[in-house]
Design a protein around this ligand. Structure first.
Ligand code: PEP
Ligand code: MG
Length: 587
């Protein structure tokens, strides 16, 4: 096929800032286009065939499930039956296995070859019905290919050249395998700004654009691409002019970042003398150094689930303790807010195990999962309490949606402390306890939940998802994911008012806290502490230093009169546009 060389510019969602220019590397495939050929040694042929058979079986199982679910749609079911038959058919199944054996090639390549031969035969047929069947062959082959390549997806860690990843989607488990020496940035068809994949891109500090809809279908491995994570632009086959222009922008951006990073070790104090703690969110212990480098005043959110990914078992108490202790010691005396396990939802523990929950975001996630698995929870609670003996630890419970859950979580924490006491191990029970406010019912019940905790931490990523009914990872509705929606702002104010009334602290650790143009509003609401991905700390500190808190309180009164996210955004721009960084962020 002739190579496309015309420059193509596509727009997506700016998930992580920065610019990178390099060769594309496709990590998954929707079709049979991107397959590479490699030799299989004679003693590995049986394994290769086994791998192919497993992919076919997986396709068959998936199809069977679909057939079972759609009994009424006869037409549809009929096509699926045809597909089912094709999966067993000699011409596709048998010939692929023969090709693997005869040519000593990988199953993907063999399948691709068999399919293209079959398509030639179908295309030469005159009967329109039979001609149509070529579509079925392609779809069935795609499904097998997807399963074959899907298994390879996990191999992101094995990439051995400097590339930009291009994928239909990347799960957090896959993203967390990215080797930073190899991967310059990534782009995906799916995902929104607050998806976990976007969050990880920011914590890895590599440029990323998500929600590109079908970019992975129009880019091939080794195509030259530019990824502008500041504006959400991707350029395929850039012209000489574009390359020069983006090289310059890249240098400008890096200089700008270096300047604000230098200033960021100083505290964030407003022009009227109010100091705000600006903390970092981390996923992996190694990130603490970047966090300190960016001037973080502590860790406002340690997402502990990443120690549970890409493995078949659960980490032991000692393993967790070692990791937490390292972080706590490096950060001391600064606070480290360890959030207990928040898995499921869009963060399945193991990539290979797909939950069969119809609505994982509403399913057995976070605190619900932990209360259902007391041993897993207890191991983590004990590890946290033990680490607390080495510095300043706070514990944070995610996805609290009822008063009962926070009572249970506290009870489990007490039990963990008692068991440590019995075992004679060093620990500290003198730690602050927090509830994440990220489910609307917790907003409503905040006054009651406040009785059981020392602080609230608002998780806007989920609070917006659950309040506005917007899947945080779905690019189709990403434009509706609006932190400035008046409903969200009213909820934030309500929670902050309750916290003040009950004399507990109010923090925010959702992505909203790391966006410069939200800061005047958050200061006006009275947040005590903001936590964000480390690389945005310098920018946020810079904005806080330029603001007057008393003014932001009056500004909030104006904001509360707005009826749409758009008019709120306009009001922010008109009032504070001059101090906000146009260079990095756009709405
Ligand atoms: C949130 O929901 O805002 C949050 C901080 O938690 P997570 O993104 O890990 O769900
Ligand atoms: Mg959350």
């Amino acid at each position: 096929m002739e190579k496309e060389t015309k420059e193509i510019v596509i727009k997506g969602i700016n998930a992580s800032p920065g610019i990178c220019i390099g060769k594309a590397y496709l990590v998954d495939s929707e079709g049979v286009e991107v397959v590479e050929k490699y030799h299989i040694e004679a003693n590995d042929l049986a394994n290769e065939i086994k791998r192919f058979k497993a992919a076919v079986k997986k396709s068959r199982d998936e199809l069977r499930k679909i057939v079972q679910k759609s009994p009424e749609e006869l037409q549809h079911a009929h096509i699926l039956e045809t597909h089912m038959a094709l999966l067993k058919d000699k011409m596709l199944y048998g010939r692929t296995i023969d090709t693997v054996k005869q040519e000593s090639v990988n199953a993907e390549w063999a399948l691709k070859k068999v399919v293209s031969n079959l398509l030639e035969v179908f295309q030469s047929m005159t009967d329109p019905y039979l001609k149509e069947r070529s579509t079925d062959v392609v779809q069935v082959a795609d499904s097998i290919m997807h399963n074959l390549v899907g298994a390879k997806k996990v191999n992101i860690a094995a990439i051995d050249k400097r590339v930009i990843l291009v994928a239909h989607d990347l799960t957090p488990a896959e993203t967390s395998q990215i080797n930073l020496e190899r991967v310059m940035g990534f782009i995906t068809d799916r995902g929104g700004k607050a998806s976990h994949t976007g969050i990880i891109a920011r914590s890895l500090e590599i440029p990323a654009v998500v929600g590109l809809k079908n970019a992975s279908a129009s880019i091939r491995s080794d195509d030259l691409i530019i990824v502008d994570g500041n504006s959400g632009t991707v350029i395929i086959h850039p012209t000489e002019d574009s390359l020069i222009q983006y090289e310059e922008r890249k240098i400008d951006y890096e200089e700008y970042k270096a300047v604000i990073t230098r200033e960021s070790v100083a505290p964030a104090e407003s022009t009227d003398g109010v100091r705000l703690a600006v903390m970092g969110n981390i996923e992996l212990p190694e990130e603490v150094f970047a966090l300190l480098n960016y001037g973080g005043d502590g860790i406002g959110l340690y997402r502990t689930e990443f120690q549970y990914f890409n493995r078949d078992d659960f980490p032991s108490e000692d393993e967790l303790f070692d990791k937490y202790k390292d972080v706590v010691e490096v950060m001391a005396p600064r606070p480290v807010t360890i959030r207990t396990l928040d898995i499921n939802g869009d963060k399945a523990v193991n990539n290979q195990v797909h939950s069969d929950e119809a609505n994982p975001a509403l399913g057995l996630r976070a605190i619900r999962y932990c209360l259902k698995k007391p041993q897993v929870f207890k191991d983590q609670l004990r590890a946290i309490l033990r680490a607390a003996a080495f510095g300043n630890v706070r514990i944070l419970f995610p996805m609290i949606s009822t008063y009962f859950e926070i009572c249970e979580a506290n009870r489990m924490l007490d039990k963990a402390a008692e068991s440590l006491e019995k075992d004679g191990l060093a620990y500290s029970r003198d730690i602050q306890i927090g509830a994440m406010i990220e489910v609307p019912s917790a907003v409503v019940m905040a006054d009651v939940i406040a009785e059981k905790v020392d602080f609230f931490s608002i998780g806007t990523n989920d609070l917006i998802q659950y309040s506005l009914a917007i899947d945080r990872g779905n690019e189709q509705v990403a434009h509706l994911f609006q932190p400035l929606d008046p409903a969200i702002i009213r909820m934030l104010k309500q929670v902050a008012d309750v916290a003040r009334e009950k004399d507990i602290k109010i923090f925010m650790c959702g992505e909203m806290a790391g966006t410069p143009h939200h800061i005047p509003l958050l200061l006006g609401i009275g947040m005590d502490e903001l936590s964000m991905n480390p690389q945005t700390i310098p920018d946020i500190k810079r904005v806080i230093r330029a603001l007057n808190v008393a003014d932001t309180r009056s500004f909030l009164n104006e904001v509360l009169k707005q009826t749409t996210a758009k008019s709120t955004f306009e009001l922010i721009k008109v009032t504070y546009g001059s101090i906000l960084s146009e260079q990095v962020y756009s709405e």
